[in-house]
Each structure stands twice: as C-alpha cells, then as structure tokens.
Design a protein around this ligand. Structure first.
Ligand SMILES: Cc1cc2nc3c(=O)[nH]c(=O)nc-3n(C[C@H](O)[C@H](O)[C@H](O)COP(=O)(O)OP(=O)(O)OC[C@H]3O[C@@H](n4cnc5c(N)ncnc54)[C@H](O)[C@@H]3O)c2cc1C
Length: 353
C-alpha cells in the first residue's frame, strides 16, 4: 500500500501499517525550500484530558491517541529509538466563565477518569517564574503534555524502515484506479514513476485536495498559518515549571538548556503578519519581565490545514481502498496516532471482506 504525505499523520500511518506487517511505501515529499509543513512547525502539545467535552468523536480520538502514544513510546524504546513524552500541562483559565467551566470539568473527571487538578489563583501566583497575569485559576493535567514532533517523526521513520517501510521523496502528482477495473490504485509520482497499490492513504495535508481532485473528488481545505519562537532565558530566570503552560491560547513549552518555545499565532491564509509575531512574543503586552528579557534564538512558521464545512479531522473512505486522513487543523500531532489506527482498522476490514 502507499501512504502519501510525510507529515506526522502520514508517518504515523506508514509506521503503524509497516509494524502490522503490511508492505508500505511512504511518499514523503519535503515542503518547498525554506518552508515547514504543519508537523515541522508544531509545538507538540497534547491536550486530551483537558478537552472541554467528555463524549463524542473528538473526545474519543484524543483519548485513544493518548493511550497509543504511551504504547508506541514503549515499542520505539524497545526497538532502540527512545523518544520523550513530557507529561504535565497547566491550562490557565481565560476568564471567570472559563474558570467555572474548568471547575465543572474537574469534578466531572473525578475518578475513575482523567486526573485533573484545580489550581487556585493564589496557588498559581506562588509558581516560579511568575506566570503571565490575569488567570482566575487553572487546570493541571498530569497525563497531558508535549512531545517533539520532529524527534518522534524521525524515530517512526527509522523504525518503520527497519520493518520494511520504503520511502519515495518525490511528490505524488495524481492517483488513478488500476486500469482494467481489477481493483487497486496507481500513484503517479512527479518524476514519472508509477506505484501500484491495493490501498492508498492520502495524508498529504494541504496537498490532499489537489490529489483527490485528480480522481474527481472534491475536498475543500484552507491554510491557517502559525508562527512560533524559541527563546533563551536569562541565567537569573528560575527553573521553568514542570510542564507546559497554556495562557490565553498561547503555549509556553519548557525546553532543555533554559529554553522556551512559545506559539503559535493563528493567521488565516499563507502570509505571516509581523504584528501577530510581536503580539505573540510580548503575550499581548502582558509578558512578565523574565520573558521580556529572553533572547530570541529562532523564529519559524508553518501551515495548518483547516477543513471547510466539516469538522477536523477528515477521516473518510471515498472509494474502497482509498483512505483520506487529513484536515487535522490544530491538534494533528495529538490526533495522528488515533487517525492511523482508524486507517489500519479500515485496511483490516477491507482485507477481511
Ligand atoms: C505553528 C504550529 C504549531 C502547532 N502546534 C501544535 C501542537 O502544539 N499540537 C498539535 O497537536 N498540533 C499542533 N499544530 C497542528 C499540527 O501541526 C497539524 O495538525 C499536523 O502537523 C498535521 O499533520 P499532517 O501530517 O496532516 O500535515 P502536514 O504536517 O502539513 O504534512 C503534510 C505533508 O504532505 C506533504 N505533501 C503535500 N502534498 C504532497 C504530494 N502531492 N505528494 C507527497 N507529499 C505531499 C507535505 O510536504 C507535508 O510534508 C501546530 C501547527 C502549527 C503550524
């Protein structure tokens, strides 16, 4: 089978299918020079237990992914590819109404269930370095957290390769049914090579729409740009908090060596607005002194993929053996494992049919 797209979603699919004993080719074209795809730009926050709902598809996918990530981490480590899952996430309430919602969520999540703990304003004020101001309270989630998407992506690719995964670095240009109506698919690469496959997984982010259009299938997706920063903190800044912090929708991710990732802007379209970056860096004018004194080491940007007229992510099988896993928009790193499990389940069902 062929998986198109070497972002986190495509890699999770290709890895899981290879690990399940399938012969898989991953068509993993690099993004254009100087650009990052969503996966290369992502901060890797995992927000499953703090999700606002306790039922429905979004909740189930998030919970499934959180369980799979722990399982996959074990498999990767045993195969010689250790990868970190940095547990712990503090979601600061945006206002009084949000704080009430958090309190309701924490009491609804009493055992058995996700382990969420409330933090009152005085408890938050005691944390060092000082948090950005204004939160009436917060929710501490011990199981949510963060992973490094680039490190995990490399480990999945390396372990997949050890399990027979083949890689093609050229973009896919078109998909067509195998001539003669015998079932199966042909994936045409830009350089002219054609790959035959019983199933094709389209996980090409924004490239998914044009590929499906080559089959007459319409899928509307739109880009939403995100900018992010890596900062180096002054030597006098206290050791950062034990987990990632979310303030007014902005993620603060402690990194090794006194570094901090901060992101990400939400900018519809493909062009970056310098004012949005300034606003991010200064936390809308509310950055504490220690953050203002930090030095910017790196600035990057990437594109998220938002489905138009339907919820994210798009997990569909528009033709037998043609599986689409795209439009993950804001939580694609978290949702990728559960999406891969959906793909693997559909393929098992097709093989059993
Ligand atoms: C700044 C930023 C921060 C983010 N932070 C988080 C976060 O903290 N947590 C979280 O869960 N999510 C986060 N996201 C969202 C997350 O990055 C995306 O949801 C996720 O990366 C989507 O993965 P993907 O593999 O579907 O798409 P992509 O990462 O866009 O990958 C698609 C790949 O397909 C390739 N491709 C396209 N067309 C073709 C073709 N024709 N042939 C072959 N290959 C093709 C592209 O080059 C690309 O490599 C963030 C996004 C951004 C931009």
């Amino acid at each position: 089978m062929v998986v198109i797209g070497g972002g986190f979603v495509g890699r999770c699919c290709a890895w899981l299918l290879s690990r399940s004993g399938h012969r898989v080719t991953l068509v993993a074209a690099a993004p254009p020079e100087g650009a990052l795809d969503g996966s290369g730009a992502a901060l890797g926050l995992l927000m499953a237990d703090v999700y606002r709902r306790r039922s429905g598809r979004g909740w189930r996918l998030r919970q499934h992914s959180l369980a799979l990530l722990a399982h996959w981490q074990g498999l990767l480590a045993a195969a010689g590819h250790p990868v970190a899952l940095r547990r712990g996430l503090l979601l600061l309430a945006q206002d009084a109404e949000d704080w009430q919602r958090q309190q309701a969520l924490a009491s609804a999540s009493a055992k058995p269930g996700p382990c969420l703990e409330l933090r009152t304003a005085p408890e938050l004020q005691r944390l060092e370095p000082v948090l950005p101001p204004g939160a009436p309270g917060g929710l501490w989630s011990a199981r949510d957290g963060q992973l490094d998407p680039i490190v995990w992506g490399a480990a999945l690719e390396a372990d997949g390769t050890a399990h027979g995964l083949l890689l093609e670095r050229e973009p896919a240009a078109a998909i067509a049914p195998t001539p003669g109506g015998r079932g199966g698919w042909r994936v045409q690469l830009a350089g002219g090579t054609a790959l035959g496959a019983d199933s094709v997984v389209v996980a090409a982010g924004l490239g998914s729409g044009p590929l499906l259009a080559s089959l007459g299938i319409e899928l509307a997706l739109e880009p939403v740009l995100g900018q992010a920063l890596e900062l180096e903190l002054a030597a006098t800044t206290p050791e950062l908090w034990p987990g990632s912090v979310v303030w007014q929708g902005i993620n603060l991710v402690p990194r090794p060596f006194r570094r901090l990732w901060i992101g990400a802007t939400l900018e519809p379209g493909e062009s970056a607005n310098p004012d949005a970056l300034t606003n991010l860096a200064h936390l809308q004018g509310k950055a504490p002194d220690w953050l203002r004194q930090a030095r910017t080491l790196r600035h990057w940007q990437g594109l998220r993929v938002r489905p138009v007229g339907q919820p994210a992510p798009v997990l569909i099988e528009p033709r037998p053996g043609l599986l689409v896993s795209t439009g993950h928009y804001r939580n694609g790193i978290l949702l990728a494992p559960a999406s891969a499990a959906w793909v693997a389940g559909r393929i098992e069902a097709l093989n059993g049919a």
